[in-house]
Structure formats: structure tokens, C-alpha cells
Design a protein around this ligand. Structure first.
Ligand SMILES: [Zn+2]
Ligand SMILES: [Zn+2]
Length: 285
């Protein structure tokens, strides 16, 4: 049986392990096909491809931030042309805005008496795309909170929270269009996981399907049994493929590569929909 996990993060965004280490861990976890999907960047893909262990195939990917009615919507993009100038420009714009907003959140936290600094946050991000998880880790280190998840409440940096700052993100329809124009396919990530107001009702998913969405992440660690059953039914009604993936962030989420997987049949259908890039096989076993 082929084990496929199409949603992983490395230190190129907010994962804790470098891309090469993520590939090594994937193989060690018995996974055969992985997608590296860092937030708004493809910077980790070259290192991951170079480090592929024997028997592991890499699907080049990204997790794109988008906004729909001020809800944060995460889209997984796969097998697009990474050199596409429109897509690269959009990634740059999103990353720049993420940086500005993280700086803004640090300023607000300091005004609230939390002793975090911008240097601390960039040190934690270690050159990767700066995100709220890096700010949350700085808050944890400063002792302002005692658990990572406490940062993502209205008290702190959840949308509408005291230290929250807005940022630019494209609409999901625009993001889906850009990935398609670059030859790729998109999947909607964890639409019922809820954190940060990202819960999406069926009508919204239907709109995204009409805009060219190909798949929905159904089996995700932050979606419970009922949510998965509901999503699986909606995906089938809307003609969307149902994915399963770990959304591993290294030690940040607990090492969990391969804890949820996508079937080989669904994977092959997804690959057949893309023509911007090919999966990259590792050396033969
Ligand atoms: Zn996500
Ligand atoms: Zn993710």
C-alpha cells in the first residue's frame, strides 16, 4: 500500500525542521509520497528535492493564505510552475504583508506589557516566512502565556484580538485562478478546523468549487469524526476529491507525518489535473 501525505511544513515557513529533515522523517514514518506545503513560499522545495531519500516522491506544493469575508482560508497548491511570475509576485506580496503585520503585532503586544521583540520573532522564524505561530512562540518564551494555543484567543492574536493586526491576502478565487494559470491544482485545507475563524460552510465551499477548486482536506488532525463525515459528503456532492494529510509542523504540532493519508486513487486523479510540474521521485530503492 502506498502512503501519501500531501500537507507538511518545514522551517521555510513555521515548521520546526529544515526541509531535508522533513523528508528524512517522512521516509522514516513509512510514507511514500509527500507534498511540502510551506505557507506562501516555495523556498524549501529545492532543498527537499535534493535531500529525497530512496523511495520517497516529492510533490512540489505551497499553502496559500487567502481571505473570504474576513475569514482566513488556507489553500494547498500543487504541481504549479514555481517560476510563474504572477504567482511568485503574489507570494512575495503575501509574505511582505505577513512581515509587516507580525511587526505590528509585536508593537501591540509590547504596548500591552508583553516583553517580546521583533528580533526574537525573526530569530524564531530563522529566515522562513514569518507567521503568527512565531509570535506565539515568542510570547510563550516571554512567559506571557503558558500554552501555545493561548496566543490564538481574543485576548491576544486571534482575529479581533487585542494584539491582532490585519494583513493582505488574495481572495480564494484569485488564489485558485493564479495556481491554475501556472498549471497547478488547489485543495481547500482544513475547512472545519475552526482556529482563527476559518470555519467554512458548504455554500462557501461550493463557490470555491465553481472557481476551480479540485479537492478538500477531509481527514485532518484538527477535524473530528462528525466534521469529516460531513465534509466527505459535501466533497462528493460538489465533485471535489477528498484528501487526508497530517499538516505536520515538526515539534510544534508533535511529529505526526503520515498520521492521515490520501488514497492512491485520489492522488493519481489530482496529479492528472495538473501540468505545471511533475512529482519528483527520489533515488530508486
Ligand atoms: Zn493551514
Ligand atoms: Zn498547514
Amino acid at each position: 500500500m502506498v502512503r501519501i501525505d500531501l500537507h507538511l511544513h518545514s522551517s521555510a515557513s513555521d515548521g520546526t525542521d529544515p526541509p531535508a529533515e522533513v523528508m528524512r522523517r517522512a521516509r522514516a514514518a513509512g510514507v511514500d509520497v509527500v507534498a511540502l506545503t510551506d505557507h506562501d513560499t516555495t523556498a524549501g522545495l529545492a532543498e527537499a528535492a535534493r535531500a529525497l531519500p530512496a523511495g520517497l516522491t516529492l510533490v512540489p506544493g505551497v499553502e496559500l493564505s487567502s481571505l473570504m469575508d474576513s475569514r482566513s482560508v488556507h489553500l494547498l497548491g500543487y504541481l504549479f510552475d514555481t517560476a510563474d511570475p504572477d504567482l511568485a509576485a503574489e507570494f512575495a506580496k503575501i509574505r511582505e504583508s505577513r512581515r509587516d503585520r507580525a511587526r505590528g503585532m509585536v508593537a501591540r503586544l509590547r504596548a500591552l506589557g508583553v516583553p517580546v521583540t521583533w528580533q526574537q520573532v525573526t530569530r524564531i522564524a530563522a529566515g522562513g516566512t514569518v507567521g503568527r505561530p512565531h509570535v506565539a512562540r515568542a510570547m510563550l518564551d516571554s512567559g506571557a502565556i503558558s500554552q501555545f494555543d493561548e496566543a490564538f484567543t481574543k485576548d491576544w492574536i486571534a482575529p479581533g484580538g487585542r494584539a491582532y493586526v490585519d494583513r493582505y491576502a488574495p481572495t480564494p478565487a484569485r488564489a485558485i485562478g493564479l495556481v491554475r494559470a501556472a498549471g497547478g491544482v488547489t485543495a481547500l485545507a482544513h475547512p472545519r478546523a475552526g482556529r482563527g475563524g476559518s470555519w467554512l460552510p458548504r455554500e462557501r465551499i461550493a463557490e470555491l468549487a465553481a472557481a476551480g477548486l479540485a479537492a478538500v482536506e477531509v481527514d485532518h488532525p484538527d477535524q473530528n469524526h462528525e466534521q469529516r463525515a460531513e465534509l466527505r459528503r459535501e466533497a462528493s456532492e460538489l465533485g471535489l476529491l477528498a484528501l487526508g494529510s497530517s499538516d505536520d509542523h515538526g515539534s510544534l504540532t508533535g511529529h505526526r507525518i503520515g498520521c492521515e493519508t490520501t488514497s492512491q486513487e485520489v492522488y493519481e486523479r489530482l496529479v492528472a489535473l495538473a501540468n505545471g510540474a511533475n512529482p519528483i521521485p527520489g533515488p530508486p530503492t
